[in-house]
Write a protein that binds this ligand. Structure first.
Ligand SMILES: O=C(O)[C@H](O)COP(=O)(O)O
Length: 241
């Protein structure tokens, strides 16, 4: 039967500093590295043997995946990187302190920017260093697909085609797959897989460096069971659809 592990990267420098990050390529903290190593240990203990892995093009997720695969002694499996698994683009909020932004715009507005399904944060200017058009890792991505800010809905709109065309066919073949990505690109996947409503997804949080192991039926979509492997840092999961 197919199996899927969704792994949010370990704690990043800007998670620690409480700053909006999005597509900014910040690194893991020492604690984030420890969480990533622990992910590998927990997955090994659970008997998880991925045959292939998918990851964003941001180093906090790539390094998390590498530490995890090292723990599993499976650094040899095929790994595909895609911008479509990136964190949601936080627009003009990227780099700002979350508490200072609350003090300036109000906690309600910040909650809407962070957790509403379809309200994007304010866009970043086209000539800003944080606009993806100014980052050569996206040189091959059509310009019109590059976001200046994303809501969760816009994030799901670019994650879903990748899920459907690249990942789902392998699950349908019965494979075991690891996906290392980000709080909001994984919330988008959880919304899709657990069929969470637009309002209910506001309450779903994904902890850093804590694999969510999902057992799937042969169709690659019906969830048979799901659990966080580090129970001490788990978050409530949506009910099974
Ligand atoms: O991009 C970020 O700042 C974090 O990875 C996720 O932030 P959030 O919890 O504010 O969505």
């Amino acid at each position: 039967m197919p199996q899927l592990a969704l792994i949010r990267h370990g704690q990043s420098e800007w998670n620690l500093q409480n700053r909006f990050t999005g597509w900014v390529d910040v690194d893991l903290t020492d604690e984030g590295v420890a969480q990533a190593r622990r992910s590998g240990e927990l997955l090994a203990k659970a008997g998880f043997k991925p045959q292939r892995a998918y990851v964003s093009v941001l180093k906090r997720a790539i390094r998390t995946l590498n530490f995890t695969l090292e723990g599993l002694d499976r650094l040899w499996i095929p790994v595909e990187k895609s911008w479509r698994l990136n964190e949601r683009h936080y627009g003009a909020l990227a780099g700002l302190d979350k508490d200072e932004t609350r003090a300036k715009h109000g906690a309600d507005q910040v909650k809407i920017w962070r957790r509403s399904f379809d309200t994007p944060p304010p866009p970043v200017a086209e000539d800003h260093e944080f606009h993806p058009a100014n980052d050569d890792r996206y040189a091959d991505v059509p310009r019109e697909l590059l976001p200046a800010a994303e809501s969760l809905k816009l994030t799901l709109d670019r994650v879903e085609p990748y899920w459907t065309s690249e990942i789902l066919p392998h699950l349908k073949k019965g494979e075991t797959i690891a996906v290392a990505a980000h709080g909001n690109s994984l919330r988008a996947l959880v919304k899709l897989l657990f069929r969470v409503g637009d309002a209910e997804i506001m309450e779903v949080e994904i902890p850093t460096g804590n694999p969510l192991l999902i057992d799937l039926a042969e169709d690659g979509t019906t969830i048979l069971g799901a659990r966080y492997l580090d129970e001490s840092r788990a978050q409530p999961l949506p009910p099974l659809p």
